[in-house]
Design a protein around this ligand. Structure first.
Ligand SMILES: Cc1ncc(COP(=O)(O)O)c(C=O)c1O
Length: 391
């Protein structure tokens, strides 16, 4: 019996391999400090939970519109204006999705034909490439080397371009590096996309987690909106990963396809979840709660940098955004999977190999700061001790 051969192109992720090992180590009674997850350690703010409870008790337990509740689309449009300087029509240009991952899926599915090429930087979240492969696209990786702050040089995008290129994928701040470029760079990328009639898919799920100047949204440049497909989600900003709610903002033509794809795959996102999401996006106290969480990540980021400084270690470079450190173990000349396996066995810390994010991530290891201060501190101390023993 035939299977879909597209999936043969998607290799088993080293993240999954590492996770299996972490689960096995814990099952065997080993204490593991979990610094591998990309999930906020904070509880979802209580008023958001209360809003969902009220919606449930009020009977929002049936199908809703496939576009999403008008209330949530309006809240998303207001948020995009308030935070990103973008002007979207909630009726025709915003679609509620099952998290950012689904918004990304619908964005790609709406524009890609089989064999179309997509330019995706390396390193980046593995799903960016895997999804394009699942949809019968062709992925061209654009190196974002550490020497360039993990941002692809503009010439690298040009080099990867062919007459089959349809889209570029951006993810700033980046998972796993936290990197994001200047406004001037984004403007040039938009000029590049305009010159070659490319879509720009911008995954901005970490937009609210930044420690330097506020990152610009890829669509917030003159003329950019009509070619930009904006992916966003409540997962990271509001500690709502399990609620599975996000949104796609895109030109009406794209949206017509995305709506059909959503209608025919998930029908709608759970309406009571949408009600809580609308509340989260609009309530001023919740914006403060999100700012407080960002401040906690900033504190942990400083904690790691201080420890690195005290230990005269070059492992950690300050991430500009997101909630990860991309630790540099290149001096060891071991594969990043091997480093993670040994750090799990010998230091009791769970991490993600940089190679999970692309060839440029080889030699690096992703460590989350979306864990308690104590876990971040003890985990990073254990990593520093282990690194010292390798000298
Ligand atoms: C870069 C990036 N985009 C999207 C997602 C998906 O987030 P969501 O929970 O909104 O589906 C993640 C989750 O880790 C991510 O790292």
């Amino acid at each position: 019996m035939n299977l879909n051969q597209q999936f043969e192109q998607i290799r088993q992720s080293p993240t999954v391999a590492m996770n299996d090992r972490i689960v096995a180590a814990r099952a065997a009674g080993k204490k593991v400090i979990p610094l591998q997850v990309g999930d906020p350690d904070f509880a979802t703010p209580a008023p958001i939970v209360a809003a969902a409870r009220m919606a449930l008790e009020g009977g929002l337990t049936h199908y809703g519109p496939s576009r999403g509740l008008p209330e949530l689309r309006a809240a998303a449009a207001l948020k995009l204006g308030r935070d990103n300087g973008l002007n979207y029509d909630p009726h025709s240009e915003i679609l509620v999705t099952h998290g950012g991952i689904h918004a990304y899926y619908l964005a790609l599915q709406s524009i890609l034909n089989p064999g179309d090429e997509v330019l995706i930087s390396d390193p980046t979240w593995a799903t960016h490439a895997n999804m394009a492969l699942m949809l019968r696209g062709v992925v061209r990786r654009v190196p974002a080397p550490p020497e360039n702050g993990f941002i692809p040089p503009l010439a690298a995008w040009e080099r990867a371009l062919t007459n089959k290129t349809r889209a570029i994928v951006l993810n700033y701040p980046s998972n796993p590096t936290g990197a994001y470029p200047s406004r001037a760079y984004l403007q040039k990328l938009q000029d590049f996309a305009a010159a070659h009639h490319l879509w720009v898919i911008s995954d901005e799920v970490y937009e609210n987690l930044y420690y330097e100047e506020k990152p610009a949204s890829a669509g917030a440049f003159p003329g950019a909106k009509e070619r930009t497909l904006l992916v966003n989600s409540l997962s990271k900003t509001y500690a709502m990963t399990g609620w599975r709610v996000g949104f796609l903002a895109a030109p009406a033509g794209v949206m017509a396809n995305a709506l059909k794809a959503g209608q025919n795959s998930i029908t709608c996102v759970a309406p009571f979840v949408q009600k809580a999401a609308a509340f989260a996006l609009s309530d001023p106290q919740i914006q403060q709660a999100a700012a407080d969480m960002r401040a906690a990540y900033a504190r942990r980021r400083a904690l790691v940098l201080n420890l690195a400084r005290e230990n005269v270690s070059r492992l950690a470079t300050a991430p500009r955004g997101a909630f990860y450190f991309f630790l540099d173990f290149r001096a060891l000349n071991l594969s990043s999977l091997e480093i993670c396996e040994r750090l799990l066995e010998e230091a009791g810390v769970g991490l993600v190999p940089g190679s999970a994010f692309g060839a440029q991530g080889e030699g690096f290891v992703r460590m989350t700061i979306a864990a308690s201060d104590a876990e971040v501190e003890s985990g990073f101390r254990a990593i520093l001790r282990w690194a010292e023993q390798q000298r």
